[in-house]
Design a protein around this ligand. Structure first.
Ligand code: SF4
Length: 237
């Protein structure tokens, strides 16, 4: 499959493959890190340009993510991926929710770079660049991950949902008070049942303030420079 993708895309088209550092499936056999490193080698040989290391499947919750879990199960069974489960399973999930959510929060608290130990195994073994995702939201956290040598680059998801101008805000002067993801996992609980968005009222409020600053200052685009007028328009005036 990887070879077919490479042939179709051409030699100079960048192909990045997201791969688990561990499958982390509870109570059943899943691919181990050693096996996944072997898969990464096959992908490298077949033409992948980089590998992004993540963790787990939707079935491995809460192994897939780290953060806070209060209200996670209720949101998941009412407006998230678990809405498709049977009424009995949804009821059972809600009954055990208080205990399961507390245990998950204790076992997998918010932490930047929680996939770094897995990424290290791939970096040690592969020639192509390794990218790592997992709880990053600060410049310090990202730079420390790169300095550690465990990965060549970092990526983020929830942090960008909370702050669409994350990159601009951490490399330059913040646009306003920066909305920092609280890792409440409200967005993960709702995925596949609701649109991808931040569902934390406090963070959403901060994001609205920041976006109003962007609108007021007439900023636009990824670099947020003011929109430029076409030179031809000026020469006509
Ligand atoms: S709902 Fe918002 S604050 Fe909570 S994890 Fe998602 S992006 Fe972060």
């Amino acid at each position: 499959m990887m070879r077919a993708v490479r042939e179709r895309c051409g030699a100079d088209y960048p192909i990045l493959v997201k791969l688990n550092g561990t499958d982390d499936l509870p109570l059943r056999r899943a691919a181990t890190s050693e096996e996944l490193v072997r898969v990464a080698h096959w992908l490298q040989e077949a033409g992948a340009d980089a590998i992004e290391i993540s963790r787990g499947h939707y079935e491995s919750w809460p192994g897939m993510i780290q953060g806070r879990y209060r209200g996670f199960i209720k949101a998941s069974v009412t407006v998230g991926a678990a809405t498709h489960g049977s009424a009995m399973r949804k009821m059972a999930a809600r009954v055990v929710a208080p205990v399961v959510e507390r245990v998950a929060e204790w076992a997998r608290p918010p932490r930047e770079g929680f996939n770094l130990p897995f990424a290290q195994r791939f970096t040690d073994s592969l020639d192509i660049p390794v990218i790592v995702v997992g709880g990053f939201h600060t410049r310090d956290g990202m730079e420390a991950a790169l300095r550690s040598g465990a990965a060549d680059a970092v990526s983020a998801a929830r942090a960008f949902i909370a702050d669409p101008y994350l990159y601009r805000n951490i490399v330059g002067e913040p646009l306003a008070e920066r909305p920092v993801c609280g890792y409440c996992n409200g967005c993960i609980a709702r995925f596949s049942g609701s649109r991808i968005d931040c569902y934390n009222p406090e963070i959403r409020g901060q994001r609205e303030v920041m976006l109003s600053v962007v609108r007021r200052r007439g900023l636009s685009g990824p670099g947020l420079e003011p929109p430029r007028h076409h030179s031809a328009n000026r020469s006509q005036s």
